[in-house]
Design a protein around this ligand. Structure first.
Ligand code: THU
Length: 144
């Protein structure tokens, strides 16, 4: 048999992911900070998902690019996140904020790979969010 699938994990094309993230950054709405951010990810079903940051005049309501990426993921069926690239308008990876590390953890877990740029190996989300609180904690910590 040709092209037998020996692994269920889709292959990660970091260059493609970064290109998608850069394109998404050009469609951000960031008139207050002027920090445009784009995110893209490979999902376990082989799909790619994208997102851009969307700011608001009430600053605290800003949606990070990762928020919009997770919305795209769920809209496409809710597969698991495998690899993610998050870049600012300069095209270079930007550190995901604390809230977004938690958002990414919910949908990718600690093994989710996070782009660290051309000169560094991707990081595991577990390195960026050690000891994470996650969905399993709810199941085992309920009092009733
Ligand atoms: N931002 C993101 O989109 N993702 C992050 O993980 C870090 C910050 C956005 C939010 C805001 O629009 C801008 O960057 C400056 O904080």
């Amino acid at each position: 048999m040709y092209n037998e699938d020996v692994s269920s994990a889709p292959e990660i094309d970091w260059a493609e992911l970064r290109a998608l993230a850069r394109a998404a950054a050009t469609r951000s709405y960031a008139p207050y900070s002027n920090v445009t951010v784009g995110a893209s990810a490979l999902a376990s079903d082989g799909n790619t998902v994208v997102g851009s940051n969307v700011e608001n005049a009430s600053y605290g309501l800003t949606l990070c690019a990762e928020c919009s990426l997770v919305s795209d993921l769920i809209r496409q069926g809710g597969a698991r996140l495998v690899a993610v690239s998050i870049v600012a308008g300069d095209g270079k990876p930007i550190a995901p904020c604390g809230r977004c590390r938690q958002l990414l953890f919910e949908h990718g877990g600690g093994d989710l790979l996070v782009d660290a740029g051309d000169d560094a190996a991707p990081l595991k989300l577990s390195e960026l969010l050690p000891g994470a609180f996650g969905p399993e904690d709810l199941g085992i910590r309920r009092n009733r």
